[in-house]
Design a protein around this ligand. Structure first.
Ligand code: COS
Length: 397
């Protein structure tokens, strides 16, 4: 990657700069070999996670002393890892990201026992993790979840379906958000850790998408889960989901940033060698304008992402606004940047197997998952209105 000057920004410490180099070196030396070692999608993810576990990369997805390096999740590290892996390969980023998202609620809200049971195998890459929030009729409106959890002695009995669940079919455990009914809507949900081998837990559909990764619809039929495997208290589920997304939404932006940086690099290489008559594309003003727009949007996205990550790492309890801005801007701009890279490649840009064609498919889902762009706009606008009201109540103008 030609431009690494962002690593000198004041958001970072030496550990982050070292991490960027370590992950880049690991990805350069390993990702291609793992991807070539099998054509099976599930097996690729399992091997990627295992190798990243061995290399100490998955350790960044969980907290210490349960296999992680830090007592709280370091969001800048998560972002650096995701952007670096995504620049190399979308599936490598996916495999790492799920180790974080699928354990995030446990790292943030789990008891010591729950952390000790579920985090170390994920940190070592021996087990994969999943986050099961979405349901067939509860997507953007996460408070509409209907999968039920009814108390029964020391257990809860879970019934219902989840869909669009990443790592569905290969995860060792699923963090499942369920309706326990303390109140209507968002205040009546709770979060449980459900091991994949729980009786009554099944995968009822595998879902194919344009940039293939393991995705499934799950069904839980009379699944008995110990009350001790609930995260937080009954009724805390929605806040646990949102607090987890506060941490991981900026990392989705970081993945988009990695894809965008790769598109920019591919465009630079292509325009440097492709001739139109006597001129290289790189010497013509229209391609130059595209390269300039790409580079500027990349830096702007990186500033928003690392601002959000740094703010969280400084101890901010909630960074919904910053994380939403970072996720929305980075994913939307990455889509435009990759589209420009395809355009600069001409016909070759849409040839199956060309890296920019792969990036064009890789980026699309990021504008939808972990809160679509439209959801991020709602979060940002509500926060602006809350700030206005708070200012007026405080006597400001
Ligand atoms: N941290 C802690 N608590 C939070 C929170 C956060 N980041 N965000 C919201 N909450 C709390 C709110 O404070 C509120 O509690 P109080 O009434 O006690 O203050 C409660 O949760 C409900 O919040 P809100 O009123 O905003 O809920 P809505 O149902 O209106 O939520 C959106 C709306 C659209 C923002 C929410 O449903 C959402 O993020 N949807 C997208 C879901 C998603 O990302 N799905 C992808 C799954 S992973 S692929």
């Amino acid at each position: 990657m030609p431009d690494r000057t962002f690593l000198d920004w004041p958001f970072f410490e030496k550990t982050h700069r070292d991490l960027a180099r370590t992950v880049d070196d690991w990805a350069s030396g390993n990702v291609h070999a793992i991807m070539s070692s099998t054509d099976d999608l599930d097996e690729r993810c399992i091997r990627l996670a295992a190798a990243m576990g061995q290399a100490g990369i998955c350790a960044h997805a969980v907290v210490a002393p349960y296999g992680g390096n830090t007592d709280i999740l370091d969001v800048r590290s998560l972002c650096i890892i995701r952007e670096t892996l995504a620049r190399h390969d979308g599936l490598a980023d996916f495999a790492f990201a799920m180790q974080g998202l699928g354990t995030g609620p446990i790292s943030l809200f789990g008891s010591d026992e729950t952390k000790a049971r579920f985090l170390p195998p994920v940190a070592s890459g021996k087990s994969l993790a999943a986050f099961a929030l979405t349901e067939p009729v509860a997507g953007s409106d996460a408070a509409a979840i209907s999968l039920s959890a009814v108390p029964d002695g020391k257990d809860y009995i879970l019934n219902g379906e989840k869909t669009w669940i990443s790592n569905g079919g290969i995860a060792g455990h699923y963090v499942v958000f369920a309706r326990t009914g303390e109140a209507p809507g968002a205040k009546g949900l709770s979060a449980f850790v459900v091991p994949a081998d729980t009786l009554g837990f099944e995968i009822v559909e595998r879902i194919d998408v344009i940039a293939p990764h393991p995705l499934a619809r799950l069904r839980l039929t009379d699944c008995r889960v110990p009350a001790a495997d609930m995260l937080g208290k009954p009724g805390d589920g929605f806040k646990i989901a949102m607090a987890t997304l506060d941490v991981f939404r900026s990392t989705v932006g970081a993945a988009a940033l990695g894809l965008a940086r790769r598109a920019h690099d591919e465009a630079l290489d292509h325009t440097a060698s492709r001739m139109i008559g006597e001129d290289r594309l790189a010497d013509l003003q229209m391609p130059q304008a595209m390269i300039a727009d790409m580079a500027t949007a990349i830096d702007a996205a990186a500033l928003l992402i690392y601002r959000a990550a740094w703010t969280k790492d400084q101890g901010a309890p909630r960074i919904s606004r910053e994380a939403s801005m970072a996720k929305m801007f980075a994913t939307e701009e990455a889509q435009k940047i990759i589209d420009m890279a395809v355009q600069l490649h001409g016909g070759e840009g849409v040839r199956s197997g060309n890296k920019v064609e792969e990036l064009y498919r890789d980026i699309r889902a990021l504008r939808i998952y972990e809160g679509a762009t439209e959801v991020q706009k709602i979060v940002i606008a509500r926060q602006a209105e809350d700030a206005r009201q708070a200012q007026r109540q405080g006597g400001g103008k």
